[in-house]
Design a protein around this ligand. Structure first.
Ligand SMILES: [Zn+2]
Ligand SMILES: [Zn+2]
Length: 336
């Protein structure tokens, strides 16, 4: 079968690999679509370590072709989302129920072979049924949305709350919709790209602005009190600092973006003065994916407007190599 295989940093090739086998707990899924994100880019460019050769891809929706054993496993032909995280089940962290943080665990497409391929084998317990009423474009965002759901579980949102989202990429636009769906009275979207701000407006932002305008706009929208919730969804030291600066007294700041590298500074006095609560969620657990599927199936959150390209798998090497040449790019989906 054809698969996108990373042979070495920057050397992604689409070539034939062995067909994955099911059996025991392993189901086999025919991949209908595989999204790519910043994690794939970092795996491909070597800034996230992996071993070679490695089939990349962890945002997978497809159909079961071999059901795997076990009661409750989806029947052959069922449309499913794959939970791409792995855990050992034996360590103290797993036994505390924190399977998404397992030190021996990992991510498909980085730590084990992923699914930018025609077929993928995965434990049946990590499959989540996607209703046929959900469009392909909406389904393409479900894995990312699952991680957003996991993050927002760590913060209360009341109907009187004001919220701010810093960073209007794929995850920021999903967080914004989730905050509206949860009842936040206003959601301010902060981003540099005019086209992404326009999309945020379309998806329910109360108002959008650039980072430079944010302090003034947030003060105006919140009557000078600042928001109760800030979600940082860009993953740089500067955007985390901005999120802290914009937060109101006693607010919760959700650092959703992945900040890599050291030597970042933060406005530490603001953290103290405003008695902020920082949460820094990492990966989703099973129920998060079911809830992501539910809010998309109900129409409360839309993924389709975020899909900017739908391409054959043969284009994966060129797309991942030239990512930053396309500033308007949001979710790119490959069809193996
Ligand atoms: Zn991803
Ligand atoms: Zn473990």
């Amino acid at each position: 079968m054809r698969a996108a295989v990373l042979e070495a940093p920057h050397h992604l090739a689409v070539r034939d690999v062995a067909v994955p086998q099911g059996g025991g707990e392993l189901a086999v899924v025919r991949v209908e679509q595989a999204g790519v994100c910043g994690t794939d880019r970092k795996v491909v460019d070597g800034s996230m370590p992996t071993t070679f050769p490695r089939v990349i891809g962890h945002e997978l929706v497809g159909r079961v072709v071999d059901g795997g054993g076990g009661a409750g496993a989806p029947a052959i032909g069922t449309r499913v989302l794959v939970d791409p995280s792995m855990s050992c089940g034996w360590c103290d962290t797993c036994r505390r129920g924190l399977v998404h943080l397992c030190p021996s665990g990992g991510l498909m497409g980085r730590d084990v072979d992923g699914g930018l391929a025609e077929l993928v084998a995965v434990p049946a317990s990590r499959l989540h049924v996607v209703p046929e009423t959900v469009s392909d474009d909406d389904a393409a965002l479900l894995q990312v949305l699952g991680t957003c759901v996991h993050a927002q579980r760590q913060v209360d949102v009341f109907p009187s709350d004001h919220a701010v989202v810093v960073g209007l990429g794929v995850s920021g636009l999903l967080h914004l919709q989730l905050l509206r769906a949860r009842g936040a009275t206003t959601v301010v979207g902060v981003g540099r790209s005019a086209s992404k701000r326009a999309l945020a407006d379309e998806l329910g932002a109360t108002v959008t602005c650039t980072p430079d305008e944010a302090a003034g706009v947030v003060a105006e929208v919140t009557g000078g009190n600042g928001p109760e919730v800030v979600v940082e969804a860009a993953g740089t030291g500067a955007t985390v600092s901005l999120a802290v600066e914009l937060a109101g007294y006693g607010a919760t700041v959700v650092i959703f973006g992945t900040v890599v590298g050291a030597n970042h500074s933060l406005p530490f006095y603001d953290l103290y003065r405003k008695e902020l609560r920082l949460v820094n969620p990492r990966a989703a657990v099973g129920r998060d994916y079911d809830d992501a599927i539910a809010v998309v199936a109900s129409g409360e959150v839309r993924g389709a407007p975020l899909v900017t390209e739908r391409l054959p798998i043969a284009d994966a090497p060129a797309v991942l190599a030239g990512w930053y040449d396309q500033p308007g790019r949001l979710k790119v989906v490959f069809e193996p």
